[in-house]
Ligand binder design. Structure first.
Ligand code: ADP
Ligand code: ZN
Ligand code: ZN
Length: 717
């Protein structure tokens, strides 16, 4: 028999299978979807067995050297998913397969991860009585049950002797590194009608592929809906995948799931060790758990009997991987949904424009939870900071200070979010909020520290950074905004008797630190939680009645056509943290450019209103969802050469693809990282097939030349 083996070299030139003879000894062991060691040139390489056939047209085949796995690690479904990723993203087959696997199971990963064992002491000769006290004691103990060796430290020498005499033996048993025991709690929540309808609709299509968009405002009880949908699936003997943006930022969702489903869950946390991840993967393969919860890569959970896939906060950009292979987890969810004939539920309070459009067109079925459980959305107030600064309120407005006072006096809690998006790359005035933009494109210019210049990464317009603000002539103009530390300091100064806790990259670098901060705040050990975007997601604190947002408009300055969508979504999310209990919530958004529709619509919790406005802009400027977008980046050490190649690629695309808009080549974002130049080409188009063919051709052509070509289809940053 002959095996077709995909070897591990990621370079495009060898992204194909090679035939190898299966030695007779291995015929039983070699299966499709396992790893083998094969001779390749002068070395031995690991590869995946992709197919097995009776013979080969090639003469003098080499033999497989070694079989690595006893169990299949890439089942039929994952092999199909791998093929799909490769086709959709133009990544190599090997990169696509490896993206799905935990490190321990990748081919040639360089990390050896072993299974973990516990050693038990077990009695085999029940007649022997023991020579001394220790031996006698040990034998008495073991007559009742086996003991973990580590629990019998004091008997170590007795154990050694009795093993030699064959009175006892050691037994090894595989254990998982993560093993927690949670008790399930019965929930007494009574679903409302909207929740019931959503659950019913999904139940009706339990054996058909159908995508749903669960559009539910913040606090409308989406988590409860997910849990009921999953219960239904488990009752049918099937399994569920739940994607969340990031486990550490959604401790409450995970906690709720644990209470409901106990030990039936594998949690695929980004901070798991390689060994822990390997163990969780095997629990899934062996169907020892029914639910996998995790971020993007949990979409590859190797369940064999999937019943539903749920993607929470479906608009989140981290669902798209921004390195090779550049897949989007929702695409994979839909693909697996189709393969398994099951429903796929995408949930959000602010669906992506693409998803909401698909729901409008009937491609997704729309499920709505229009009301908060407590029927009470918070009141939102916008505060223009330009006059405040003149009055000396540079960081917190007078209104926000008063609101904080009032909240704290009533023994309630507050969250203050500092919007730092868009600040590190653009140049903004801290007196009037003016952001310096491109005169041609109206997109913020990107600051390049090295030569003190600002540049448009769409059209290449370049200018020096001015010394004063062109609007108000203030000298307080820079590429950096206020930091969270400074903000915390200011709040401590204003409210010395209250306790503030800060959450940002600095305070959350250690494992478990997110959860600790959330718990302490939940228990009201602190009055004010200060933080970055991190605190905007899925938190449910009953006692929080005030949310303040500093620089609410900053994210409008991100040099990206999705900046309005990001801003609306962020403000909506963070405002959704206020007034979730019985008390009324208040939100204060500070900024300079508050008349933008993304902010005005967020003020009145009007997603549809925002959607309609934003769709007009997308249509006029030919952006998604009206047009598809792809981004090509050429990377090379020789700028002129790379730019020339960029021009040739543009010409090639223009002459081979109809109805495509080609922008560029321009030198992108950061012109020089590691002495490499980055040349960028943006493509806008309606139909994908022709373009994919052209890109696929280019992708093959740019092997080992002086320029590296990177292709990002439907980029999301
Ligand atoms: P979302 O994810 O939509 O923001 P959550 O699922 O966090 O909302 O629900 C908000 C709160 O309401 C949670 O504390 C949840 O336990 C509670 N809840 C959900 N459904 C109901 C219901 N039908 N009746 C009462 N409380 C509910
Ligand atoms: Zn420009
Ligand atoms: Zn200014």
């Amino acid at each position: 028999m002959v095996a077709q083996v995909l070897v591990e070299i990621k370079a495009k030139a060898v992204d194909r299978v090679f035939d190898y003879l299966i030695p007779l000894d291995y015929e039983e062991k070699v299966q499709v979807g396992i790893r083998v060691l094969v001779p390749f040139g002068k070395q031995n390489l690991e590869g995946f067995v992709m197919a097995i056939k009776p013979d080969s047209s090639i003469q003098n085949l080499k033999e497989i050297k070694e079989v690595i796995d006893d169990e299949v690690i890439l089942n039929d479904e994952l092999l199909k998913v791998g093929e799909y990723i490769s086709k959709k993203t133009l990544a190599t087959q090997m990169a696509s397969l490896e993206a799905m696997l935990p490190k321990a199971l990748k081919a040639h990963h360089g990390v050896k991860v072993n299974k973990k064992y516990d050693t038990y002491v077990s009695l085999i000769d029940f007649d022997y009585e023991g020579k001394n006290d220790k031996q006698k004691e040990l034998i008495t103990k073991l007559k009742e049950k086996d003991y973990l060796k580590t629990d019998l430290k004091e008997y170590n020498s007795a154990i050694q002797t009795l093993i030699k005499k064959e009175v006892i033996e050691l037994k090894k048993e595989e254990v998982y590194r993560l093993q927690d025991d949670v008790d399930k709690e019965i929930s007494n929540i009574k679903l409302n009608q909207d929740q019931k309808t959503a659950i019913q609709k999904v139940k009706e299509s339990s054996n058909t592929f159908k995508p749903f968009l669960l559009y539910g405002v913040t606090g409308s009880g989406k988590t409860e809906v997910y849990m009921h949908m999953i219960s239904n699936v488990i009752d049918n003997g099937k399994e569920a995948i739940v994607l969340v943006p990031e486990i550490s930022l959604t401790p409450q969702l995970v906690g709720n799931f644990k209470k409901r489903f106990g030990n039936d869950i594998a949690i695929l946390h980004s901070r798991l060790s390689d060994g822990e991840r390997y163990d969780e993967w095997r629990k899934i393969v062996r169907s020892e758990v029914k639910i996998a919860i995790g971020a993007r890569s949990a979409i590859f959970a190797p369940f064999k009997n999937l019943g539903i896939i749920i993607v929470d906060e479906e608009h989140t950009t981290t669902y798209k991987q921004d390195s090779n292979p550049r897949y989007h987890a929702i695409d994979i969810a839909l693909f697996r949904g189709k393969l398994n004939n099951i429903p796929v539920v995408l949930g959000s309070a602010t669906p992506s424009l693409e998803s909401y459009t698909r729901a409008q067109m009937g491609i997704y079925e729309l499920l709505r939870l229009p009301k908060r459980i407590n029927n009470n959305l918070p009141d939102v107030k916008l505060i223009d900071m330009a006059p405040e600064i003149k009055k000396g309120y540079r960081i917190l407005s007078k209104e926000l200070i008063e609101a904080l006072n009032n909240t704290l006096e009533h023994n309630e809690q507050a969250i203050i979010l500092l919007n730092r998006r868009g600040y590190s790359t653009t140049v903004t005035c801290h007196e009037c909020g003016h952001c310096i933009t491109c005169p041609n494109c109206d997109i913020p210019l990107t600051y390049h520290k090295k030569n003190n210049i600002m540049k448009c990464h769409y059209c290449d317009y370049t200018t020096f950074k001015p010394l004063t603000c062109p609007e108000c002539h203030s000298k307080d103009i820079s590429q950096f905004g206020l930091g969270t530390e400074k903000l915390e300091e200011e709040i401590n100064k204003l409210f010395p008797t209250f306790k503030t806790i800060r959450m940002d990259i600095d305070t959350t670098s250690t494992k478990g630190s997110h959860a600790k901060i959330f718990e302490a705040f939940k228990k009201h050990e602190y009055d004010i939680l200060v933080g970055t975007q991190m605190i905007s997601k899925g938190l449910d604190f009953e006692n929080v009645t005030l949310v303040g947002v500093i620089n609410g408009d900053a994210s409008l300055n991100i040099p990206d056509f999705r900046s309005a969508e990001r801003t609306f979504s962020l403000l909506n999310q963070v405002a959704g943290r206020a007034g979730r209990g019985d008390k009324k919530g208040y939100v204060i958004i500070q900024g300079f450019n508050l008349n933008h529709y993304s902010i005005l619509k967020a003020k009145v919790h009007d997603y549809e209103g925002f959607y309609n406005e934003e769709m007009k802009v997308r249509k006029a400027l030919k952006y998604p969802p009206y047009y598809n977008l792809s981004m090509l980046t050429l990377v090379g050490k020789d700028y002129d050469y790379a730019l020339e190649e960029g021009k040739k690629i543009c010409d090639y695309i223009k002459s081979h693809v109809k109805n495509v808009i080609v922008l560029g080549p321009t030198s992108s974002f950061m012109p020089k990282i590691n002495n490499n130049y980055y040349i960028q080409i943006t493509l806008k188009y309606k139909k994908s097939n022709e373009l994919l063919n052209a890109l696929s051709f280019l992708n093959q052509k740019y092997v080992s030349t002086k320029v590296k070509l990177e292709i990002d289809i439907n980029p999301l940053k």
